[in-house]
Design a binder for this molecule. Structure first.
Ligand SMILES: C[S@@+](CC[C@H](N)C(=O)[O-])C[C@H]1O[C@@H](n2cnc3c(N)ncnc32)[C@H](O)[C@@H]1O
Length: 278
């Protein structure tokens, strides 16, 4: 019998979904992320993962965006061996084991208290890994994290669950606390109501689990928008997942559809990585 998920709210449950996406990807002979640890973590949890009905496109996209964020963290810590990494809405993701930063790097994982309680039971311990059981909509999450070192912050699968005002406050807290660094996250561009309603109607439980938690904020098309919210943020990268070389590892039908979407800017924006310096 595995570890139970008592106390995890539907919002926290979204972390089980992305964990299982990485686990399924790791079982593929054409794995994108190769996160065998995710499969081991999932195996230790008493939860009906199969009942989520994860579809191949979501598995591939979740693995790819995680790989792309990992690569950006790798580049940052290679240039700043004294860096601090902060994973905002870390869920059950053990990015530290994949990235293998220099031994001098500290890694902080912030998430809701119940998710962090589960995380601390299932994710392998590391002397330089630290858990922060705080809501990112509150004022205190940065308090335990050093402010003066170069800081790489990532948010993988988080922002869809926050309102526009909560995202603005979060970014203000980032540049208010940390002296310098980068903020990178995945983004879906501006999502129309038709796409949102279609997701709610899809039969798989995974779509209901996620769409039921969306904040309702439709997002933004122009990647410069966060600069208007917060003048300390400077956009340095906007990359579509559709243009990533790893799309070659997708199953043929998905590869063709993804490459096609990459030729149409409005579709390419639907899955992108944005990165800002401050
Ligand atoms: C889709 S999951 C992604 C988890 C992880 N980043 C991953 O890739 O597996 C979204 C995560 O955001 C967390 N989250 C949502 N709202 C939050 C908030 N206000 N404060 C802290 N974490 C939050 C959820 O608990 C969940 O772990």
């Amino acid at each position: 019998m595995g570890i139970d998920v008592d106390g995890i709210t539907p919002l926290g449950e979204t972390a089980l979904l992305t964990l299982y996406a990485r686990a399924l990807d790791s079982r593929s002979p054409r794995t994108i992320l190769g996160d065998k640890g995710a499969d081991r973590i999932a195996a230790g949890i008493d939860y009906d993962f199969a009942g989520l009905g994860l579809v191949t496109s979501v598995v591939c996209q979740a693995a790819l965006r995680t790989k792309m964020l990992d690569d950006r963290v790798r580049t940052f810590v290679a240039g700043h061996p004294d860096a601090v990494v902060v994973d905002l809405g870390a869920g059950l993701d053990d990015g530290m084991s994949r990235v293998q930063p220099p031994a001098s790097v500290d890694w902080y994982s912030v998430d809701l208290p119940a998710v962090i309680a589960l995380r601390d039971r299932v994710v392998p311990a590391n002397a330089r890994a630290h858990s922060v059981p705080q809501s990112l909509t509150g004022d205190h999450w940065p308090d335990p994290i050093p402010a003066g070192q170069p800081t790489m912050l990532i948010a993988n699968g988080l922002l869809a669950f926050l309102s526009e005002q909560e995202i603005i406050s979060l970014f203000t807290a980032v540049t208010g606390h940390f002296k310098s660094g980068e903020l990178a996250f995945n983004d879906y561009g501006r999502i129309g109501w038709v796409s949102r309603e279609m997701a709610k109607l899809a039969p798989q439980r995974m779509f209901k689990a996620v769409s039921g938690q969306w904040s309702g904020y439709p997002g933004f098309k122009d990647a410069h928008r966060p600069e208007a919210w917060n003048p300390r943020l400077k956009l340095v990268e906007e990359t579509s997942l559709a243009h990533a070389p790893e799309v070659e590892l997708f199953p043929a039908w998905l590869r063709v559809a993804t490459r096609f979407s990459g030729r149409i800017p409005s579709l390419a924006r639907k899955a992108r990585i944005l990165r800002y310096t401050f």
